[in-house]
Every structure is written in C-alpha cells, then in structure tokens.
Design a protein around this ligand. Structure first.
Ligand SMILES: C[S@@+](CC[C@H](N)C(=O)[O-])C[C@H]1O[C@@H](n2cnc3c(N)ncnc32)[C@H](O)[C@@H]1O
Length: 612
C-alpha cells in the first residue's frame, strides 16, 4: 500500500491535521479493501467550496484504487464516521449513487466549465442574488490588477521602450495594448487613468496614439467594462474574444501588441490533469454528479420530479437563468428563482474521478493548433519524470491562450499576467491546487513551468515574480518577452547604441572592430547597397557602420535605457571579437517589423539564434 501525504506544511503546523492521520489509517486498514492494491492520498483542500467529499475513492485503471482524504475536513470527523465514509467511498468508486450530469470525460471537457461560462455570461444575476461582487472572492478580496503602483511601473517601462523606438523612428503610429478577460473593467480603468496622468507628465502624447483593446468571451462582462472606461472614448475597443483562441478574433493584431495584460484569467480556463502512479502515466477523467440527497433537496425546493432535474440543468446551462424562467414558468416564477436553482446546483456539484492509462504522452493532445503546430503531452515529460509519483495540471486552456497570444506581440512587446501560478512542478507533490469554487466560477492554479517550456520553444523567455505590491499574496506575475529577437545575428541587441553592423545604413565605417570595415564578397556588396536607401533617415548616432555580413562582435556590456537592460534572458553581451560569416536577414526582418508590424513577418519558432 502506498501512502502519499502531500500537505507537508500543514502537517508541521496543524495538530488537527496530524491527529487525523491515525483514524484515517485505522479506517483504511479495517476496510474491506485489498490493501496491496490501495493507494492512500491525503491533501489539505483549502477551498471550502470544492468538488470533492472529505473521503473519495478513484479507480486506477481496472485494477487498483486510490482513496483520498481531505485532512481539513477529516480532522472534524469521528472514528465511526470516518470508517463509514471509507466504506461508502470504496463501494461507490466507479459508479456511486447520485445523479450523473454527464458521462466520464477529461477535466477540460467537464460540464463544470459550462457552469463557469454561465457565471460570466449572467454575472449580474448572480451578483444580485449574493449581494457580492465577483472581485470579493478573488485572492485578497479585489483584483491585483487594480493596483496603481503595479500599473504605473508597467506604463513607465512602456514609455522607455517607446521613447527608444521613437528615437530610431521605429515607433508605429498606433500603440496597441490588449487586455484579455476584463471582468468589470476596473483593471482597464486603473491602467488607463494612470496612463493619462503619466503621459501628461512624460509629455510625448502617447495617449493619442493608444489603442486599448478589451477582450472577453462574455458580452455581458464586456458591456460592464466598456461603461467603466467610457471616459476614455475611442481609445478603447471591446471585442468578444475566446481567450483560448485569440487569433480567431485578433489576427489583425499580429506583431503589433506592446502589452498583453491578463489577470486572474488563466486560472479560470479549462484544464486536464495527468498523473504518474508507479511509473505509469494516467489521464484523470471526471464525471460531474449530484448526491442523491442533494438532488432530492433541490428537486423538492423547485417542485420538480427527480427525473426533470438533469434536463433542466442542461437547459439552464444552454440558455441561462433569464430564459429558463420564461421557458419553465411553472417551476420558476422569475429570474430570481432560476438563479436560486442555479446556485443550489453549483453548491452541490461534485466530481468523480478515475485514472485512465495513457498509451503514450505523444498520444495526448495538450492543445490543438494549425497542422503540426499543436502540442502533445511530450512537452510534459521532463516535468512529470522529474517528480516520481505526481499529479499535475496540464493547464490546456492557459497554454492555448498563451501560445495564441505570443504571435500578437510586437518584437518589443510583452505578456504580463497576474495569476495563481505554480513556479516549480515539485509544488504539485506538496499541495492542492484546484479545482476549487470561487462563488460561481472555477479556480485552478496554473502550471507555470509548462508555460515556460512552451514559451521557450517559441523563442520567448518567461519570468515569474511574486506580486510585489501585495507581499504575502499567492498571486505571481508572469512576464513573457521575446528572447531571440533583440539579439541580432552579430550578437548585439539591434537597438543598442551601436546596433548591428551588417550593412543596414552604410553611413559610416566601423571604427570599433577589426576586420569589420572591409569585405569584398558579392554578398556583402548586396547587403550594403540595399539597406542604404531604406535607412537614410536613421539618426546618425544609431546608424549601422558599413560592414559585410561577416559580422564581428566587440565589447558591449550594457545598454542604458534600452529595453534589454531590464530583465531579458538572452546571452550575456560578449566581450570577445569573433567573425561570424552569416547573413543578417534576421536583423533586417526584425527592424522592418518593428517599424511596420503589418508586414506579416512570422515569428521564428526555434531558431538557432545567438539568443538561446
Ligand atoms: C476572474 S475574472 C478576472 C477579471 C479581471 N481581469 C480581474 O482581474 O479582475 C475572469 C475573466 O475572464 C473572462 N474569461 C473566462 N474565461 C474566458 C475565456 N475562455 N475567454 C475569454 N474570457 C474569459 C471572464 O469573463 C472574466 O471576465
């Protein structure tokens, strides 16, 4: 029998958690279970509202069983109750009593995501019934995206980048910012209001060039957000966007967004879980259900026959509470009654789970994509293999959203995301990270190391930092930026004080590096002559010395004021002098795109650029 005690911190800190262990083992060992085929798992489920009972059993393939305990709740159970719960859980492991709301399926396809979507589509009805705004259920009681200090920091960083590009006449006329998952618009309002003030002080009139796009899949939420920022007029547009497929709506933004701003959204997107048990990989399948007692109580409360329950829940999820009461007036006198029904179902909603063996990680699809560009489970191999027996989120929705967003970025753009991220896969061995219930929506922590891997394959660096402005918060800030692009083929950031010397401006010869000023190859002649006409207008101080593509690198240590000097994960600037007989198409494309992102240049997927 394997015993997996995950909440190590709680076991240290909580006498109640420790004292629950004895009765749990007593109940397990005196149960009729075949102990040699049993796994015992103890978690501490910090979400008071969640989808599990205190004791649940999960079949592992067709042979073994996992029995899981929530130490928080088990600590309050007497020995007899615990023993009874174990017996019931083991008896109903595969097809327990209750009203099933769906067949077994993977977590990301569970109907709980339909409940989640309904919450955002009909948010006002829910908030009216509870008297609480959704923000109150977020960590800290309000969205960290409302934090003015954090917004200010980000805006000033943008100003630095824009000033730098402007000095090189490479700043596009329209400055795009995209926010995904806008909620009530407080985040957008905070950001835009700060922007106006800082821009006034900065004196460059960027506000007039700003295009702030708000994207959300709920038209209802978007309308609320639009009202919150109405005073910013035409600077703001609201778009219905499915966050997991941003390119469907936002393709026009490709290569143009300087900032994609996301908070508390990734933890609200569908996810599967995979598990390694005894060296074998499993998909966690789920099935939403109501216990018989809960189903009977809800049916009685609404004057329903038991068999009407499932079709009515399905109708609620399809048409929402307002239309539900119109379509079933004999059960619901008004929207308020339909919302009461909805809330009761949500409170009672449970998930059964079972482990289904995966044939191979490559047979599992993490996210779909255009032919050949989807991600298979292979990407998870290093994370799973590093941890032994572990169960982790695949964060499929977050991965799809993130990978769909990266191509929207301007070469100097970034994704900034405040959310509940795990920053190391080993955390999965010592804690519970969802799913939990926030009012009417779902919360799952996000597999940060997976996003890091995915981004790395696409030439982006991802950094995680605690949300500085609220110490002690669980919120982590993810920042993703291109790792390769700022580094031209001659190992310089191309925006640096002496950018690429591969024939771009031809205005003056290099005086810094030996061998750089002369080349007679036909190729170098070509690369000199073409850019000359294009870059006539570049300021003399930033023009590239005329050299061939047999580029050299010389001493460069930092570039004050350049975006690269902040936090990139590219190579350290080199101090040696080397000759690199390579074409400089990379730099030329990069610079061209920076000046005119609409040219449809594609991001390199895995270039062997010096930035890696
Ligand atoms: C928890 S709220 C966060 C709102 C805001 N960003 C904040 O921090 O207060 C989640 C937001 O994401 C939106 N959302 C959830 N899933 C989405 C999806 N698949 N596509 C687009 N928006 C989604 C919801 O409608 C909601 O506005």
């Amino acid at each position: 029998m394997d015993v997996d005690l995950r909440p190590v911190r709680r076991l240290r800190e909580s006498a109640a958690a420790r004292s629950a262990l004895g009765p749990i083992m007593e109940a397990v060992c005196t149960s009729p279970a075949e102990l040699s085929r049993l796994r015992v798992v103890c978690d501490w489920i910090q979400y008071k509202q969640n989808f599990r009972d205190a004791v649940v059993a999960r079949p592992i393939a067709d042979s073994d069983v996992e029995i899981a305990f929530d130490l928080r709740r088990c600590a309050g159970l007497g020995a007899a109750d615990l023993s009874e719960s174990v017996k019931q859980a083991l008896a109903g492991a595969e097809a327990g009593p209750g009203v099933d709301l769906e067949p077994w399926r993977s977590g990301r396809d569970s109907s709980l995501w339909r409940f989640n979507a309904l919450y955002w589509q009909a948010l006002s009805h829910w908030e009216q019934a509870t008297g609480r705004e959704y923000e109150q259920s977020l960590p800290g009681g309000e969205s960290d995206a409302r934090n003015t200090e954090a917004a200010r920091e980000l805006i000033l960083e943008l100003f630095r980048i824009w000033d730098d590009l402007d000095a090189r006449r490479a700043l596009p006329e329209e400055l795009y910012i995209l926010e995904l998952g806008v909620g009530n618009g407080n985040q957008a309002r905070t950001w835009l209001d700060e922007f106006v003030q800082l821009d006034r002080r900065h004196g460059r009139e960027y506000y007039h060039r700003l295009r702030y796009l708000m994207g959300d899949y709920s038209p209802h939420v978007l309308e609320r957000a639009r009202q919150a920022v109405a005073h910013h007029g035409t600077r703001v547009s609201a778009l219905v966007v499915e966050a997991t497929r941003p390119s469907v709506t936002l393709g026009f933004l490709s290569g143009k967004a300087f900032l994609v701003y996301i908070s508390n959204v990734y933890d609200n997107l569908p996810t599967d879980e995979l598990a390694t048990i005894g060296g074998r990989t499993y998909l966690v399948q789920t099935q939403a259900y109501l216990t018989d007692d809960d189903a009977a109580a809800i049916a009685a409360q609404c004057g329903l026959d038991g068999q009407d329950l499932r079709p009515l829940i399905d109708r609620l999820l399809r048409i929402g509470p307002e239309l539900l009461c119109e379509s079933a007036p004999h059960h619901f006198a008004g929207p308020g009654d339909a919302v009461t029904f909805w809330r009761s179902i949500w409170t009672a909603l449970r998930l059964r789970e079972r482990y289904i063996p995966l044939e191979g990680l490559d047979s599992y699809q993490v996210s779909a994509g255009p032919a050949g560009q989807g991600l298979t489970g292979e990407i998870l191999r290093p994370l799973l293999e590093a941890e032994g027996d572990v169960r982790m989120h695949v964060s499929n929705g977050a991965v799809a959203s993130f990978t769909g967003t990266l191509p929207l970025l301007h070469p100097f753009g970034r994704v900034q995301c405040h959310d509940l991220f795990l920053t190391s896969s080993s955390q999965y061995r010592t804690g519970f990270y969802g799913p939990g219930k926030y009012d009417g929506s779902v919360v799952n922590w996000v597999n940060g190391p997976l996003l890091q891997l995915v981004a790395s394959r696409r030439g982006f660096g991802v950094q995680f930092a605690p949300f500085r402005q609220r110490p002690g918060s669980n919120i982590v800030t993810l920042t993703a930026q291109a790792r390769d692009l700022p580094w031209c083929c001659c190992r310089r950031p191309w925006w640096g004080p002496t950018p690429c010397r591969n024939g771009w401006s031809g205005s003056r010869p290099s005086t810094t590096s030996a061998g750089s000023a002369s080349s007679t190859s036909p190729r170098s002649t070509r690369s000199r002559s073409r850019p000359r006409s294009r870059t006539r207008s570049w300021p003399a101080s930033t023009s590239c010395p005329t050299v061939s593509c047999a580029a050299t690198t010389t001493s460069t240590t930092s570039w004050p004021g350049s975006p690269a000097s902040t936090s990139r994960s590219g190579p350290s600037p080199t101090t040696s002098t080397t000759t690199r007989p390579r074409s400089c198409g990379h730099c030329r494309r990069t610079r061209r795109l920076a000046r005119n992102p609409g040219w449809g240049w594609a991001w390199p997927r895995t270039s062997g650029s010096p930035g890696r």
